[in-house]
Design a protein around this ligand. Structure first.
Ligand SMILES: Nc1nc2c(ncn2[C@@H]2O[C@H](COP(=O)(O)OP(=O)(O)OP(=O)(O)O)[C@@H](O)[C@H]2O)c(=O)[nH]1
Ligand SMILES: [Mg+2]
Length: 429
């Protein structure tokens, strides 16, 4: 079975803490600060690889973690930086963050990379704080924490053309005769549960394209009927749709044709605008010619008649499909404008978009103010509060941010409690 979706948890490493230490040697009883910096935590990346075909590897290894950076030490010893972790995924993997559903990356070319979780920076040791003003700094930074996220990986097949239609119209049978695919075919509906891919080589031997058969669609598919929409997202990847309608007389071709088009429209990714080739299948059946004539007239399009039994029309259909692919541009994914790839490789950074205000203030009760915000909590994590200098450093930072003003605007009065993470202080006007 083709695994096409996986949820993983990624964790980048914490940065190592910086050290507070002073050189103490016999001949130098008052040596300077010599606490080294902490090392960087490892980051977690995904990279698209052409020789990986499924997301199977992620089905069971749900947690991907990079190591923490080492702690700084005395005598200026820096902590070791942890190695980054690179995970191989198939080309065509689309990456989302689970909690927000935010799109992170579309790894559609070999070598495309996305950083999912950034390793924490190592904290500075006290040696790094030495200055002419501060000869014996007793401050060091803690390393920044790593990140933890749950990530959805979805593999969208990359096909140039997709065969769509009601169950049993002959989609898989066609794929098998035009390519080396070995798709299962049978005379019952929903034989195909996940798409199959085949490479079609035209009769001239020089031109090729990738063709996918899709599971059968029925009325209400976009609401989950039949096999539902799980595979409609594969159709999003097809530049051209080959819409197959059976002329064997078991069902009404016109109504089937309209139902499928309505499903494409209701899916909401503008699939109805995708160029279509309409194909009348099973032309070897009794009465197929007459049905095709009536069908073409009703829909106002001349369909291409084929038979998998006699091979009628098959080469011609493949040629027409190829021609249409050649003049059709790639489509962006649902809700996502695909950026132009530069030099064939895209590098995403899940962090660049997250620019928000450094802090916000909530007032859960009359005399309590709570400060939150990614930037301010990050900075808080960096400061080593076990020393007075650390506390002074934090207060100076909050003042620089304008928290005093903001508290005043919110109506804080003398003696109110202000909380930031696990640190509380009194508001003084
Ligand atoms: N007479 C005739 N039968 C065909 C033709 N093409 C396919 N069939 C038969 O139709 C049945 C369904 O074919 P499939 O290729 O499995 O159909 P499908 O569209 O892939 O069906 P699902 O996977 O269920 O959506 C099989 O029994 C095929 O042998 C054809 O051109 N002529
Ligand atoms: Mg099939």
């Amino acid at each position: 079975m083709l695994i096409d979706r996986a949820v993983i948890e990624v964790r980048s490493g914490n940065g190592g803490n910086g050290a507070i230490s002073f050189l103490r040697e016999k001949n130098m009883p008052k040596g300077g600060p010599d606490g080294g910096n902490g090392g960087r935590g490892g980051s977690v990346f995904l990279i698209a690889k052409g020789d990986v075909n499924t997301l199977l590897a992620y089905r069971h290894s749900r947690l991907i973690a990079a190591d923490d950076g080492g702690k700084g030490d005395k005598k200026m010893r820096f902590g070791r930086s942890a190695e980054d972790v690179y995970c191989d995924v198939p080309v065509g993997t689309v990456v989302y963050e689970e909690s927000t559903g935010a799109f992170l990356a579309d790894l559609s070319h070999e070598g495309d990379i996305v950083r999912l979780a950034k390793g924490g920076r190592g904290g500075r040791g006290n040696a790094a704080y030495k200055s002419s003003r501060l000869k014996a700094p007793k401050i060091a930074e803690n390393g920044l924490p790593g990140e933890r996220k749950r990530i959805i990986l979805e593999l969208k097949l990359l096909a140039d053309a997709g065969l769509i239609g009601f169950p049993s119209v002959g989609k898989s049978t066609l794929l098998n005769i035009v390519s080396k695919a070995n798709a299962v075919t049978a005379d019952y509906p929903f034989t195909t549960l996940t798409p199959n891919l085949g490479v079609v080589t035209l009769k001239d031997g020089a031109h090729q394209f990738v063709l996918a058969d899709m599971p059968g669609l029925i009325e209400g598919a976009h609401e989950g009927k039949g096999l539902g929409i799980t595979f409609l997202r594969h159709i999003e990847r097809c530049r051209v749709l080959v819409h197959m309608v059976s002329m064997d007389g078991e069902r009404d071709p016109v109504s089937d044709y309209n139902i499928i088009n309505a499903e494409l429209r209701d899916y909401g990714a503008k699939l109805e605008l995708r160029p279509q080739i309409v194909v009348a299948t099973k032309m070897d059946s009794d009465g197929a010619e007459e049905r095709k004539a009536a069908f073409d007239k009703a829909i106002g399009i001349e369909s291409i008649g084929i038979s998998a039994l006699t091979d009628e029309g098959v080469d011609y259909l493949m040629k027409k499909t190829y021609e249409l692919i050649m003049k059709t541009p790639l489509f962006p994914l649902k809700g996502v404008e695909e950026e132009e790839a530069i030099g064939g490789m895209k590098v995403y950074d899940a962090h660049l978009d997250a620019k928000e205000a450094p802090f916000t203030i909530a007032r859960p009760s009359e005399h309590l103010f709570v400060i939150t915000g990614e930037e301010v909590t990050k900075k808080y994590g960096l400061i080593n509060l076990s020393t007075d200098q650390g506390v002074a450093q934090l207060i100076a930072y909050l003042q620089r941010l304008g928290i005093d003003e903001a508290l005043k605007d919110k109506g804080a009065v003398d003696g109110d409690t202000v909380r930031l993470c696990d640190f509380e202080f009194e508001y003084i006007e």
